[in-house]
Structure formats: structure tokens, C-alpha cells
Design a protein around this ligand. Sequence first.
Ligand code: F0G
Length: 459
Amino acid sequence: IKYFPEPFRIKAVEPLRMLTAEEREAKIAAAHYNVFYLSGEDCYIDLLTDSGTGAMSQEQWAGVMRGDEAYAGASSYYKLLEAGKDIFNYGYIQPVHQGRAAEKVLFPILLGKGKFAISNMFFDTTRAHVELTGARCIDCVVAVAKDPSHRAPFKGNMDVEKLKKTIAELGAENIGLIVMTITNNSAGGQPVSMQNIREVAEVAKANGIPFNIDAARYAENAYFVQRDEPGYQNKSIKDIIREMFSYADMFTMSAKKDAIVNMGGLLGVKDANSPLILKIKANCISYEGFFTYGGLSGRDLEALAIGLYEGIDNDYLRYRIGQVEYLAARLDDAGIGYQTPVGGHGVFVDARAMFPHIPYNEYPGQVLAVELYKEAGIRTCDIGSYMLGNHPDTGEQLKADFEFTRLAIPRRVYTQAHIDIMAEALIEIKKRAHTIKRGYRITWEPPILRHFQAHLEPI
Ligand code: F0G
């Protein structure tokens, strides 16, 4: 397939350096085979995350200079408020410093010990914030999502029958929250259809359960709806976003993804008169800062207000999704498995298919992440059993539905030549995959979100 050309050109450059193979070998060993301990400058291509790693535009940088640093009521706050209300059509918009801050502010209000939260799939920090309140998480993603080779649209969807059954079994009064993650990051950046959002909203409403959108990649989701869902081809991205959000009661958002800022988050409440808002403001003041800045500098608020619009631009989104599709097509040609069809923010390579002989508790996704670093200085991460961790009650290693290695593509950062290097590194590793016999064991781990900090060693 053809590479969709960038709707921008490069004005500032950031030099990269490539270490030798021996140096990379030493660096990853010194990092305890945990990519989070590598220095950024030791990574030639950094695909650890698409979060906060995007390139801001000249308008955003100009906005940084204009940022109003007033403690209360900064003009940059009002600009952000207007943008948020315009795009989402919500009554209340709360800036916070990133996505998990929105979770920390909101979840304790709705969840606690004995409660459950149900999602199509929780992202790891979102899961952690549910568990920190004492509540427990249940994932209800559609079954097709669990078969990476099965091509189907909207593999991020919630299994609505399973959702209804789970609510009936646990009792609606014990479900504190339903969370729809768009796109579904953990399932491979897979989109959720408008129809699915609508159906889940109906279930939530019928059972009196608050419905939250985890909106980190909402613009990419809207693009998929516009492209692939019948009836949406002639609707604008903004109209699609407004419809998606009209079905929910609130949203938490990491603005470090689709709003293309290096730091920022939002919390939105649809009903401007909701009693939630006072509690949100109170938590925000305690944890984040006064509610008109929410842990951000005025310059960050300004850049975010601008980035929200750049992230929903049609030409940008076509380029963005096109770049990921180009990489996926190169992997198709080489017979390398990944979560298909490719999602929005990266390629989730099926490490179980690449290393079928390595069991889940030797972390095949981590094996491939280490190999990509050794091969070409590419930093990626495991989205599999290594990331999932242990059961919060029994401490037993959980078996993930997938063993992915995620190549998350930063926004507006890498060129076609970089994308080709990613494909070629994977092709080289596939050739020698059978010679890598064993995976890794964990020699030390913290109790929660262990993948960020654990130490590993080759078995
Ligand atoms: N929800 C989703 C779906 C996410 O992907 C993330 C972050 C968060 C919430 C938390 O947001 O990082 O701003 O606090 N995902 C990043 C990633 C870290 O690499 O996928 P945050």
C-alpha cells in the first residue's frame, strides 16, 4: 500500500544516534531487561508509547508563549474550556495533569471496596486506579478481539450480552462504573463502533450505572467510525465525536495522545448541574491544584486547547492512521502476525505467534521487546502477561488474553524511512525466532504496576 504523505513539513529537528549492537546488548542487560530503565537517548526509535511523545505544531509552540500563568481564571483555562465544550458538547470540563489524574480524581467518588467496574478493557493505570479504591475490574471485550489473526471491524467493542450477564450476576447496585475505552488500547488500539457505545449506554441507563468514556484516543476512534461504520461516511469527525460523547455521562482523558500535547488530561461531565462536579473540584484542589489549572501550567492549557483541534483534523487523521496501516501492510507481506486489522496508534505484534514455544509466564511480548532493542535500537513494550501482573488477591501470575509487543507510533514524529526500519527489524527477528529458546524470569517486582519497575533475567 502507498504511504499517505505527511500534511506538514519539518521545521525543527531532534538528532538521533545509533549505538552499536554490543553497546545495545550491554545497555539492555544493565537495564535488567526492562525497557523502562533504558535512557531515551540510547533508543534510536522510541516506540515505548504514543503518550506525550507527539510533536507539537508551530501554533502550539506559539501558544506556549501566550500561555496565561494566572493561578485562578487564566485566559488559557477559558480557551481550553471553550474548546472542550465545543468538541464534546459537555457542561463541565476539568483540566488535570494527565489521564491517570482524572482517574484518581473521579474513581474514588464512584467506587470503593465491594464495588466493581466493568470495561471493554481497562488500560493498566486505569485498572490500578479502580483497584486503589478497593474495587475490582472486569473486562468484557468481544470474543473476536482475542484472536489476533481474525480480521473484523470494531474489535474493541464491549460484549453487550456478557456485560448484561455480569451486571445480573453481581447486582447493578454493586457496579460503580462502566468504562468504555476508545480506542481499546489493550486490545490493540481497536476501535469501538457507535452502535456499541449506544448499546452499552442503554444498558448502563437501564441499570442506573454511571457510564464513563476513557477517551485517550477518541479522535482516532471517530476516524474509524467515519471510515468503516455504515451511515457515518458523510458526517464530520466533530459530529461523530459529539454523538459518541452524548451517550456517556462523563469522560476521563489522557490528552497526551489525541490532543498532541506532552502533558495534560481532561475530565468531562455532560450535565453542568451534576452533583459530581463539586466533588470533582474538591478532589482536584487536593490532588492536582485549583480547578482552573488542574496541575498544568497556563502554557500547557493553551497548547492543549490548540492541540484538541489539530487532533480531530481529517487530513491529519488520514495521515496518522495511514502511517500505521503502511507498517502493518509491510508485516503482512512478511507473514508477521499482529492484532488485525491494525488499530489506531500502533502495531501490536503477536509475540505468541512469533515465539510459539515460549509460555506466557516467560513473557513472549517482553522477549520480542528486548530483541527489537538489540536488533535496531527500537524501544517497544510488552502488552501481555508481563504487563498484566499478578492477581491482586492471590498474587498468582495472571495469563493475559494476548502476548503482544506494542510498537506505539508517536504522532507527527517519525518518517517513512523510520517505519521501514521498524518493519525490517521485525523481519530479521522472525528469521531467527526459533533460535531464541527461553524467555525471562522476574527477579524483583513491586506490588502494583510492576512492569514499569521489575527486574528480569534471561532463563
Ligand atoms: N487510559 C488509556 C486508554 C491509556 O492508554 C492511558 C495511558 C491512560 C488511560 C492513562 O493516561 O498516561 O496520561 O496518565 N496510556 C499510555 C500508553 C501510558 O502508553 O498506552 P496517562
